[in-house]
Structures are given as C-alpha cells and as structure tokens.
Write a protein that binds this ligand. Sequence first.
Ligand code: G1P
Length: 295
Amino acid sequence: MGMPISKAVIPAAGLGTRFLPATKAMPKEMLPVVDKPAIQYVVEEAVNAGLHDVLMITGRNKNALENHFDRATEIEAQLEKKGDKRRLQEILHSTNLANMHYVRQLDPRGLGHAVLRSQMHVGQEPFAVLLGDDLIDPRDVLLERMIEVHDQNFASVVALMEVEPNQTHLYGIATVEATDAPDVVRITGLVEKPDPKDAPSRLAVIGRYVLQPDIFPILEATEPGSGGEIQLTDALNSLASSGVAGGVYGVVFTGRRYDTGDRLDYLKAIVQVAASRDDLGPDFVAWLKTFTSSV
Ligand code: G1P
C-alpha cells in the first residue's frame, strides 16, 4: 500500500499581467467566476477529491487570498443580526472548507520553482498540484480518477486533454503509449510549449498533477527551460523518460474544463458556468439567445 494522498498544492504567485489593470491591487485568483473567486473552485475541487490539506504558494499582493479563506467576523455578525442564513452559510463555507497553509514563492522563477517551495510542507508523501487557471466542472470526475491511477501504479499522474494543433505552444505536450485502461496512457516524454511542427502529439497537460515526492530532487536539479523558467514539465520529462519512481501516467480527460487564463477564455468560462447554474442558468441562457441574435 502506498501512502494515501491528503495534500494539495496550489501555485498562486503569478502577477496576473494579462488582466491588468484589474490585477494591479488584487490577485488574479480573486477574479469572480459568477459569484465566487476563481480560486475557491479549485480549493473545492481538491476537497471534493478528499484533499483537506491545502498549501497555497503565494507572493506579494496576495493577502486577499488568505483573507478569503479566513473568518470575516464583522460580516458574519452583520448577517447574523439580519438573519440572512444563506449568505452566512456561504461565507462560512469558504472559511471551513480546508486546512489552509501558505508559503511565499519569493523569486518568480517558474512553476517548477513554485512547486519546489512546497517540499517542507509535503515531505515524503505523494501530493496533488492544481493550477488555478484551469477549472474542472464539479459534475465531471478528474482528480479522483488520477488518484486512483496513482494508487494502482505508484507513479506520478498528469491530466491530459486533446487540443487543436495551433494550441500546442500554450501547453506541456506528451508523447504517450496506450495502456489497458482506455482513459489512461503511459507518458514517455513531455515537452513544454512546443511549436505545432515540433509537437509530439495533441495531448496537452491541463493543470492537474498527482506527484511522487521523488519530483523534488529532480526539480532541484532542473535548469531553467522555456521562458527562462524552471519548468515542472521538464522535471516530469526526466521522470517519464527514466521511469524513476514509477514514471509518469496520463489520465485523458474528456469532461468540461473552463480556462480562465486570459480575458477571452475568462469571459467564456463565466458564461459557461453561469449557463450551467440552476439558479441563474435558465434566465441567463434565455437572455443570451436574444442578445446573440441581436448583435
Ligand atoms: C502551465 C504549465 C504547462 C501546462 C499549463 C496548463 O503553463 O507549464 O505545461 O500545460 O500550465 O494550464 P502556464 O499556463 O502557466 O503558462
């Protein structure tokens, strides 16, 4: 039996330059997707997969993230006085969601460097990494399946999704071999953000990882790569090509994923999430239909 996974690491130190000026004084992770900040969806996803210990890798100007998962006693008192139980429950929900921990990245040296900052907290256990720009629809199962595949193989697991050839330069792209399970592949190589002409496949890493702790010494030895940053993809490529610590598997996800990484994708994510909500969806979709036929 391997160790059960209980810890999730969420890198959230990025400056959010694509959303300036909105992110001048506010972390991009706090941008709302309908009525919840994007980061809350990610923490909820970790908790729903049984990961109650969440470490966020933050930086300067990220205090709002800690405040969001802390108590808000003045608002609580006011809602209590008004008898607004629904809103009270909602703000207590984010307070009680998970055991939150924070560490600062210090130097912005890339995703691999951010993950390395979790080493002290994670120790010698397998752990999950969730990137905030990718939202996975809670009705579709991904992280639970990745944990299952980790437990069966004692190996690191990444989430993959098929993308258009002209999108490969935005992602880590995998070279894969089939396994007996139709949704699982064995990864033999990974390359960060290749040109379409160099991409080994159309299978892109979407921001979910279940990692063996063996990734830490590899990250320590990883030189800056694409964009001059220490890339998690490069460290995973070493694991995949050497087969060390079980190698790397991929779970091919075919469910609903919403990208909040840039302005257009963020707008699409809000529309998709709002349209799927029971409380807002029917009215919103009806309005959207009239609106789109009038523009
Ligand atoms: C990061 C990773 C990349 C991955 C992507 C998923 O890139 O480096 O391998 O495919 O997340 O969203 P970023 O989008 O932070 O540039």
